[in-house]
Design a protein around this ligand. Sequence first.
Ligand code: SF4
Length: 246
Amino acid sequence: MSTIWNPWHGCEKYSEGCAHCYVYRRDESVGRDASEVRRNRDFDLPVRRKRDGSFVLPPGETVYACMTSDFFLERADAFRAEAWRMIRQREDLRFVIITKRIARFADCVPPDWGDGYPNVTITCTVENEKQCRIRMPILLSVPAARKQVCCEPLLTRVDLSPYLDGGIARVIVGGESGPEARVCRWEWVCDLYRQCTAAGVAFTFKQTGAKFEKDGRVFRIPRSRQMEQARKAAATYFTGGTGDGL
Ligand code: SF4
């Protein structure tokens, strides 16, 4: 089982992948300013208890942290120490932290981080080749129990191959959502799949995004079908199955 924990909400656009950020899009649609960063009511969710004294989040749950912000956001510096305390306390949960701000890692981890809390996966977003060259050397250099790369939204061909033997557990790939989505190309996805296979790194094609190009044709895919289409394509082309891909 998995759950999303958004201890704070709001963010600041940071790199190319942020151009059509869904947090900004959703907030705009309800007249809210996504650049205002505030603590959420759910801030204490990991340590919240039910009337019977047990935790609301049961042991073993995977917790995706900060999906409407960035865990290493500068404007959230005041909130982070308490968030780390909860993460440390709930060593029976698996926390996944996804960040574009891996460059801030050393300034943001707690004093007792050591080689990394065993229950925390650090996932670095790498949306294009430029950010790959900037962020991957940093990701490889930081201590963490488990590291992943998220190429989402995938905006260019990305060469992760020089970095994949450095302890990366999984690469997750996906396109961009929303009305202004940029094209994600099937050939870029396949290229990353080949790189991961060659390096023995797990690979997940999560979703196609709203505009997906294959064999020179651009498909417009509704949000409700983006994950399903990626699953079918992966079943057809990546595992030798018979899925009905694009
Ligand atoms: S880092 Fe993530 S949440 Fe923040 S602006 Fe960029 S895409 Fe949006």
